[in-house]
Design a binder for this molecule. Structure first.
Ligand code: ZN
Length: 322
């Protein structure tokens, strides 16, 4: 199982993004858009706007949208979203399942929804939603019990009064309960890979070789992060030195997160560990820097005066006494 259809592009223009508040995810809230025919990738241009600048008439943002083909992540998972209209924003990752075209709404009731025609779309979108939840549960130490729908959130007093996705799931014989059951199976399925395509990993300090009896690992390879670009080949698990292997196809700069071509080597999964990118960003060790000195003074007030001038001129100046 992979999340190879997960794509990331943050809505940096949305006020929710610029507010910059973070959360420790305690759960996941499932929404559906009630906007027939608008697919996951189309929401970026719709919502990557500033309410304060008058570009959009709603203050709203979710972590991801998905449809039958793609999953688009629009906020970092640990960013506080604006999707619940209640306290769940402080605790829950929120994502929207896009609804297919062809129906309309009377209040919260779907009108003219063709169940038969939409069954294939629904199953594919459902699978993406389940896969995303399995991925997020593993990433944040959650279980299926931590997943609720928006309407359930309202009944618990932590979300606004919306019907989603309960206005839709039952048309295909499903419910939030059957959704949680599907995620539970996904979490237990031994066929699941421990790592997903798209995961950022690093090589454990203790590792010497890419796999048993394989090439030695140069030290620079250990000093950078890597992105898994494949965990199967032609649908099959890849073995190296008798171990299950994944392909490290991209290098990820530890500090900037920039991608560059990777080592393109299949590596024993056992020597890898997941990197919590969000944690690393905050706790990154200060780098060695070249610093520029513009003056040295015997009197503190003279040093302070120059620092003030530099700061007013827009330089990131500081003063040190040694
Ligand atoms: Zn909702």
């Amino acid at each position: 199982m992979t999340l190879s259809n997960l794509k990331t592009k943050f809505m940096t223009r949305n006020d929710c993004y610029t507010a910059g508040r973070t959360i420790t995810p305690k759960g996941i809230m499932v929404h559906s858009t009630a906007t027939p025919g608008v697919m996951a990738g189309s929401w970026f241009s719709r919502w990557n706007k500033s309410y304060r600048a008058g570009e959009i008439n709603r203050q709203v943002c979710v972590h991801a949208f998905l449809d039958d083909k793609e999953i688009w992540q629009y906020l970092p998972w640990n960013h506080r979203g604006w999707h619940a209209g209640g306290a769940a924003n402080n605790t829950h990752i929120g994502f929207e399942i896009c609804e297919p075209a062809g129906h309309s709404f009377r209040g919260a009731t779907m009108v003219g929804y063709d169940v038969k025609k939409n069954e294939a779309y629904f199953r594919a979108a459902w699978k993406n939603a389940v896969d995303l939840c399995v991925f997020l549960c593993k990433k944040h130490g959650l279980t299926e019990k931590d997943i609720i729908g928006h309407a359930e959130g309202h009944r618990q007093g932590i979300a606004s009064n919306h019907a989603d996705p309960d206005h839709w799931f039952p048309k295909h014989g499903e419910s939030m309960d059957s959704f949680r059951a599907a995620v539970k199976i996904g979490l237990k399925n031994p066929k699941n890979e421990d790592f997903y395509v798209g995961d950022i990993v690093k090589i454990k300090d203790a590792a010497n070789r890419y796999y048993p009896n394989g090439p030695q690992i140069p030290s620079w390879v250990k000093s950078t992060n890597h992105k898994i670009t494949q965990n199967r080949s032609n649908g099959k698990t890849v073995l190296r030195g008798g171990r299950k292997a994944v392909l490290l196809g991209k290098k990820i700069h530890k500090r900037t997160g920039d991608e560059s071509p990777g080592i393109m080597t299949w590596v024993d999964k056992e020597i890898l560990e997941l990197v919590d990118v969000e944690k690393e960003e905050k706790g990154a060790a200060p780098e060695k820097l070249y610093r520029v000195q513009v003056g040295a003074f015997g009197k503190e007030e003279n040093a302070k005066a120059l620092m003030d001038r530099l700061q007013k001129a827009g330089f990131d100046a500081y003063m040190r006494y040694e």
